[in-house]
Design a protein around this ligand. Structure first.
Ligand code: NAI
Ligand code: MG
Length: 479
């Protein structure tokens, strides 16, 4: 018996959790549950994060969570509890299988059978944001090589384990050559160890368009956090209802299983919610734990229930459906079909032993790191905002070994050689390069000179070359 921390959640959470637990119990899933209070009730009872200490203690002890959706208060209250759990427990892989059940349930993409594997910890979801000038705010997009390697290896291993043939990487590395570029590069490096799996790369915008119109072309998609957040909703919606998809959040020592959808306050308490997303999350949990036989029993009984036309309101369609069922009756229908298999839709088959995916990192640190210069960001809004005035003034300063190489505004080169049409905000990136390798002392000297001459420095970014390769981007239209 495996002990799992159970969170009943908010809104429709308790209803769909009760229904799901009945199904797990009837299928004799080898699980026992310990309940933890999280979410709205915990917040109202005085836990500012929505997760009281007792709940954290249980999670750290059992390392497995089965969770119904939780309401995130809007415009105040605690931060997203899901993001807190994912990041604190290092649940780096978010796995969402999205399958169309055509012709049983209407889907705009009848052949869809795709698994979205989303990096779950990095990217802009660090939520590191700053207002730097009156006009400009920034959000830091942090991507790490180990982070990329872990998720990409996970995707390839997942594909192998589940008999999937192709892994597609989605990124925007034509624009973000360093961050998304790293993700794509790691995908190509790691992919060499998986010659049995087909692999390709799509720029995220056309990739998403293809997913929406020809989703059947994809098999496994691996992508960064923000893109994965968006395309996994697109893919879930293509299956026919957001109420149908389960989701696994996997880390190296913890895992959390939940439905894709939220707490649906609009239908809470009515007994009409579809418990399928949570039931399929339960199936994913059983597969993760190596209980493939129980997972198959539940999944196949569930598919058979859909095939028999027994549908909850969100997927009910006259002509396709036989009967409209509430949450409890739907669970009972699944229980009655335990041991049966679908006749037209695909029969689920899972590995019957535990084979945890544990990606080994092979990243090697670069041998040399040279300081080429520094980007100094200035807040400057003098009338006219003429980049030539700024450039000439900075060039006149006694900056020693540091020479002004260029100025850009929101990434576009404006000095030297800018054009008058470029709109300039009050946020200027001034790139200084050292005559040869610089040191921290050179940067401090430069900052001191700028400060003494009345310039407002809002931040600086060091410009390094790693093993001779520039670790910083060019400006648009410049060097
Ligand atoms: P939602 O997914 O709760 O609802 C969107 C629409 O889908 C609603 O019309 C709802 O009735 C319907 N729906 C959702 N699940 C259904 C089901 N199982 N059966 C039938 N219909 C279903 O998204 P919404 O309204 O944006 O968010 C509501 C709350 O849930 C918010 O507080 C949000 O922060 C939270 N949320 C929590 C998540 C989690 O705990 N993992 C994930 C997403 C949202
Ligand atoms: Mg989302």
């Amino acid at each position: 018996m495996t002990e799992v921390v159970l969170v009943r959640g908010d809104g429709i959470g308790p209803e769909i959790m009760d229904a799901t637990l009945r199904v797990l119990d009837a299928a004799q899933a080898p699980l026992t549950f310990v309940e933890a209070m999280m979410g709205e009730k915990a917040y109202l009872a005085g836990a500012p994060s929505g997760i009281p200490q007792e709940a954290w203690d249980l999670v750290q002890k059992h390392r497995l969570i089965f969770k119904a959706p939780i309401t995130t208060p809007q415009g105040g209250g605690y931060k997203s509890l899901n993001v807190t759990l994912r990041k604190s427990l290092s649940l780096y892989a978010n796995v969402r299988p999205c399958i169309a059940y055509h012709p049983v349930i209407h889907s705009p993409c009848p052949g869809l059978d795709v698994v979205i594997i989303r990096e779950n910890e990095e990217d802009t979801y660090g939520g590191i944001e700053h207002q730097q000038t009156a006009e400009v705010v920034q959000c830091l997009k942090l991507i790490s090589r180990p982070g990329c390697e872990r998720i990409v290896r996970y995707a390839f291993e997942y594909a192998r384990q589940h008999g999937r043939k192709r892994v597609s990487c989605f990124s925007k590395d034509n624009i973000m050559k360093l961050t998304d570029g790293l993700f794509h590069r790691v995908f190509e490096e790691v992919g060499k160890a998986y010659p049995d799996i087909e692999q390709d790369h799509w720029i995220i915008d056309i990739g998403t368009a293809r997913l929406a119109t020809q989703g059947q072309r994809f098999d496994v998609i691996v992508t960064l956090n923000l893109y994965g957040d968006i395309i996994s909703d697109v893919a879930a919606e293509l299956t026919g209802s957001v109420g149908l998809a389960g989701s696994a959040n996997i880390g190296s020592s913890c895992a959390m299983f939940e439905a894709v959808h939220g707490s649906a306050p609009d239908i809470a308490g009515q007994g009409v919610a579809n418990p399928s997303g949570l039931i399929l999350a339960g199936v994913q949990m059983l597969v993760h734990l190596g209980h493939g036989a129980a997972a198959e029993r539940i999944h196949n009984a569930w598919t058979r229930t859909l095939e028999d036309g027994l549908h909850t309101a969100d997927i009910y369609q006259s002509g396709r459906s036989e009967k409209r069922l509430g949450t409890e009756d739907f669970a009972t229908a699944v229980i009655e079909r335990l041991g049966e298999e679908p006749r037209r839709l695909r029969v689920a088959r899972y590995p019957h032993e535990q084979s945890t995916i544990c990606p080994v990192l092979t990243t090697q640190a670069p041998k040399t790191k040279r300081l080429d210069g520094v980007d100094i960001f200035l807040d400057w809004s003098e009338a006219g905002r003429d980049p030539n005035v700024l450039g000439q003034r900075l060039e006149a300063l006694p900056t020693g070994r540091a020479k002004l190489a260029m100025i850009s505004n929101r990434g576009t080169n404006v000095y030297p050689g800018g054009i008058a049409e470029t709109f300039c905000t009050d946020h200027w990136r001034c790139r200084f390069l050292f005559e040869d390798a610089g040191t921290g002392a050179d940067i401090i000297a430069l900052l001191t000179v700028l400060h003494e001459h009345g310039w407002e420095v809002i931040k600086s970014e060091n410009l390094y070359a790693f093993d001779g390769e520039k670790g910083y981007s060019k400006s648009q239209g410049g060097d």
